[in-house]
Design a protein around this ligand. Structure first.
Ligand code: AHG
Ligand code: MN
Ligand code: MN
Length: 342
């Protein structure tokens, strides 16, 4: 680990990356600097959430997902929406907290990128001071420059992402991102207000002993998922059963497995029909996480084995199942569940 004086800041990193690209215009760097600003402000509010009643607790609203909107959901949504809408390099946004696309306000420059985000991931954990996060996904627009972006600019495959990442408001605040050349991690140093490069190249271990799934949904799983979970827990068949670690914040569960190795599963709910296609949203949860997983040497598929990054979104808030993590763990899931598929 480098000392703080040797570590480069995220802003310096982005400029160095930009200089490597002869055709770079600096638009992406400018966009990212607006994102970093919003991340620092949300991090500051999260850190003092228990001290003010403006951040903890629920609003009286339910969001487009039909879930109670937490005050911090709304705060983060407003902040990231504003920061990215006025940066001059985005043509259209999509937020988990807003039903339709977010257009660029009149009077502001319309740029060449799209920005899809989950402003606050793990909302159910906010009031209990458990790690939460923000997830973002950036594409190049498909529609011609010079006019407002449209929904189809956002509905692009994950393998076309220009950048994907998350901010984790955990024991420290980290930003983990990839622009397609591996995964890097930056840790916020509150004493100087800079994200400093702390993880130069994150690679997920090929296998891992952690599995992450909401065991409370056991009854709702398909037979193949039930059989897989029984298999990885069955001591007779394994010399070492896996360890269950599940926080209920995708960003935190994903980040831990990224560093330590393991598998995260959010399969479909075959019984109550609340989440027949899985709970997680493709555009701003599964797709950016899948980009990071693959860039770190891991995998990300649906419960049926489809590559998440190949999925073509048809609506902003469409849901998907998600199985992601260490390559060998996801491959074993695929291989083992085949025999139980009808
Ligand atoms: P969000 O707070 O943005 O709605 O996301 C919550 C998601 C995800 O973070 C987590 O993995 C999953 O919901 C947990 O769902 P369960 O509580 O059903 O396990
Ligand atoms: Mn979420
Ligand atoms: Mn959310």
């Amino acid at each position: 680990m480098k000392s703080a004086t040797e570590m480069i800041s995220l802003s310096q990193y982005l400029i160095e990356e930009q200089l490597k690209l002869p055709y770079a215009t600096g638009d992406f760097t400018a966009l990212m600097n607006h994102l970093v600003y919003a991340a620092k402000v949300v991090s500051r509010e999260v850190r003092k959430a228990g001290l003010t009643d403006t951040i903890l607790g629920a609003t009286s609203e339910t969001n487009v997902q039909g879930e109670t909107q937490m005050k911090l959901d709304r705060y983060a949504d407003i902040l990231f929406t504003k920061a990215l809408s006025i940066c001059g390099h985005v043509c259209v946004l999509a937020s988990e907290e807003q039903e339709t696309i977010i257009e660029i306000p009149s009077g502001y420059k319309i740029g060449k990128y799209t920005f899809a985000f989950d402003p606050l991931d793990g909302s159910s954990n906010i009031d209990s001071n458990v790690s939460i996060g923000t997830i973002f996904s950036i594409h190049l627009r498909k529609s011609p420059m010079g006019r407002m972006g449209v929904e189809s600019d956002l509905l692009q495959q994950g393998n076309l992402q220009r950048c994907a990442g998350y901010i984790l408001y955990g024991s420290s605040t980290m930003m983990v991102l990839s622009t397609g050349n591996g995964v890097v991690g930056f840790t916020l140093d509150p004493s100087c207000g800079e994200f400093l490069l702390s993880h130069e190249s994150i690679k997920i271990p090929e296998s891992g002993s952690i599995y992450s799934i909401n065991e409370g949904n056991y009854d709702f799983w398909s037979d193949s998922v039930k059989a897989y979970i029984r298999k990885i827990k069955n001591i007779e068949n394994n010399n070492k059963p896996k360890t269950l670690r599940y926080i209920g914040s995708l960003v935190a569960d994903f980040h831990r497995n990224l560093l330590k190795g393991g598998i995260f599963l959010y399969p479909e709910d075959t019984k109550s029909k609340i989440y027949p296609l899985g709970k997680l949203r493709l555009l701003y949860e599964a797709s950016p996480m899948a980009f990071l997983a693959e860039q770190a040497g891991g995998m990300a598929i649906t419960v049926d084995g489809e590559r998440i990054l190949d999925a073509v979104p048809t609506s902003l808030h469409q849901r998907t199942t998600l199985i992601t993590g260490s390559k060998k763990e996801v491959e074993f899931f695929l291989d083992y569940t085949k025999q139980f598929k009808k």
